[in-house]
Structures are given as structure tokens and as C-alpha cells.
Design a protein around this ligand. Sequence first.
Ligand SMILES: *Cc1c(COP(=O)(O)O)cnc(C)c1O
Length: 462
Amino acid sequence: MDRTLAADLVRLPELLDATRRAAAEALAALDDRPVVPPAAEPPAPLPLPGHGSGTEQALAEFQARWAPRLSASAGPRYLGFVTGGATPAALAGDWLTAAHDQNSNSALDGAGQHLERETVGWLRELFGLSEDHTGTFVSGATMSNTTGLAIAREWLGERLGVRPAEDGAAALGPVRVLSGAPHSSIAKALAVLGLGRASLVRVPTLPGREAVDPAALDRALADTPGPAVVVANSGTVNTVDFDDLRAITALRPRHDFWLHTDAAFGAFAALSPEHAHLVAGLDASDSVCVDLHKWLNVPYDSAVQFTRRRDLQTRVFANAAAYLGPLGAEPDLVHLTPENSHRLRALAAWFTLRAYGREGHREIVERDIACARSLGERLDRDPAFRLLAPVRLNVVCFTLAQDPTPERLTALREAVAAEVFVTPTVHGGTAALRAAFSNWRTTQVDVRRAAEALRTAAKEIA
Ligand SMILES: *Cc1c(COP(=O)(O)O)cnc(C)c1O
């Protein structure tokens, strides 16, 4: 054994303690350090060492060179994109995931898979899905959407009497994927799956909304020769609008379509009695995408993919190899997603659900919603700003009241970046900003700090 490696093995508990201290310091600083440090050139790349200097030295170098450049994205005022943090239990679970370093792939060494199935069962219950849905962990909502649409592709094949997984997507002929305001990852998934970005057909949304117009969807389906795929959106990223899933499901008797629902963060509306109606009917979906590294507050990367047709899923993802077992009633995870090897990703979710339960996670969701609402109210009262949509759930979509050019909005974002991080968008042709609340640590104190920083910066750039 390399001498440094052998020395690290002897000192392992001590090294883990030093790492734990570094983690605790980073977490303790989240409230006070810049949310996004000022842009700086990256440090000059170091050469690959011939002989390394051990974990202690690597930790010291990371702390000096890289840690200060990282954003406080685990903290309460990183409101860009839709970003969750990591609850204490989720972090503990993630640490142990690495410590146990499982590749839970085979029934012969099946505990990891069983743990994942137990966790999926809890998630299914959390989001109000029935036992007809099976689920699998994947790395994020993009991969969940890709997996769901791969199953949809196989379903189109079933309808048309061909097998895309065997013969290629071309066997299907032209395909139509209908959606009102799909996330960008849907087009990416279609590109990966050989259906092509051009197969995505935009269906008109309701006036002034991002939710699909069910009557327009009805017409688009009537115009589609053969079976189609509908991507319903439960929580759009700009205004968190929700397609009416029951209205879409009601089109089923008259049209032949696969219903994939992208509920990446919108599924968490199910946890709040006041908002659960937004995802009513989710269970009727043939496949469902839910991100976990957003509103469940587990560390990156984690999402879940649900489907009612695991038989089609294994047709696509079956990984035939002499050393892997036959498919069986409970297929090994290797046969269910694009991944073969995969970490025990479910453990962080298992920990946080075990530690805080449905009520603990409901409280996080409702607190974030209340924070979004109050930031919306503050910006609405501030003459410097204008809301571009009502705050339906956890995102505030707003812009400058005067002259909202992308340049001025960038200046505003930069001026507040130490205090609050928001990301740009365009809504209804207007350049805008979004503040998305999905972190477990965020409170009304953070809302006040964010609103104050925005107010001050708007004056400065006026
Ligand atoms: C975030 C998001 C995605 C993509 O998620 P990743 O985890 O970044 O892959 C897809 N759809 C919606 C609605 C999202 O919010």
C-alpha cells in the first residue's frame, strides 16, 4: 500500500473528525457568508501530484483554494433556480451512503435495493400515488423525465405493434409530444430518445397563464393521427402554474395518449392541505417525475421516477448479462433506468423521511410557501418592483417597474448577490427575475433581508 494511503488508513477516524469539523463550520457560516461570493478568476490549476500528501493536506488545500469560492446554495437565501438544501438527517444519510459505498444492483446482495423500495413506498404515499405506481431513484428530474418518456416511447410502440427498444425509434414514424409549458429538460429528453426535439408540439395555454388550455389540448389530440404523448406540467418554473390533471385525464375516453406528468417540485403541493388540489389527479399519470434534491431537501443528486407500466420500463432498460439474474417479479434496479451502477441514493431520502416524517416535511413546504407569499407582498408594495404573476406556490416572478432591461436586471442581481441569489428569466416577453423558496432553513427573517437588499439595490441602479 502507498505509504500516505496506509497512514490515512491508520488515522481514518481522526481524518473523518477533521472533515466533520470542516462541514460543521461551513454549515454554521451559511447565514452570514456571501450567498454567492463575488465573481473571481478560478485559481491557477495545480499539477497532478506524483506523490500525494494525504487527506489532511488535501482538506487544507480545499479549504483554502475552493471552499471560499463556493456559494451558500445550501443556505436560506439562495433563491435561484429551484434549489433545496440538505436537512440534518438527509446529510447524515448522504455521509453514510458514501461510507457504505453500495452498488445496490443485485438480488444476491439486495439490502440496498430493499431500502430503496421502502423509501419509494413512502414517497408514493407522500405524493398521493397508488400502489399501481412503482418507482426508482435517478439522479434528477431531467433523468426522471427521460426515463418516463422512454417508457412512453415503448408504449407508442405497443400501440403501433412495433418495439422501439429493439428496432429503434424510427420504427414509430413521426411522434407527437403535446405540452403547454414544458420544462427545457423535456426537449432534451426527446433529443436523447431519438424522438427529436421537433416532436414537441406546444399546445396553447390558458389566457395569461402557463397552464395548458384543456380545450386546445383536446383539439391538438384530435389533430394527431395515432397515439400521442401528453406531458402535463405540475409546477412550471416561472410562475408555478399547474395543468388541470383531472381535465386532461377526462380526455382519455376520446383520445389515445400516454400521460407523463413533470411534477419536479410541484408534487410537494400534495403535502399542504391548502394546495393539494393543484396536483389532484396526479395518480392517473402513466409516468411521474419528482425531484428530491429540490423540495425534499436531500443533497444533490436525487429524484424519483414513477410509472404504472414497469413491464414497458424493463423492455427499454433490461440489461441482459450473464452475471446478472433474470428479470423476475421484482426486477433488480439495473433493469429500470439508464444507469447500471448506482449509489445508495435513496438513503438520504430515507433518513429525512424517517427523521421528520410527513408532518416535518409539510412544515417545510408550508413555511416556504408562506415566505414566497410574503416576499411577493413586499415587492408588490414596493414601487420599484412589479410582480409578473400571482404567487401560486413557492416562486415570486418579478421585474423592475421602470425599464426592466436584461442589463438592469443583471446589475440588480449582482448588487444583491451577497445577500440573496435570484435567477433571470423571461416571462410573457418581459425580462424578469425569479425567487424560488425550497430550502428547509428559510424563514421570514430571510424574506426581510432579501426584500431589503432588493429595495436598496433598486435605488442604487435607478
Ligand atoms: C428542475 C426541474 C427539472 C430538471 O431537474 P434537474 O433535477 O435539474 O434535472 C425538470 N422539470 C421541472 C419542472 C423542474 O423544476
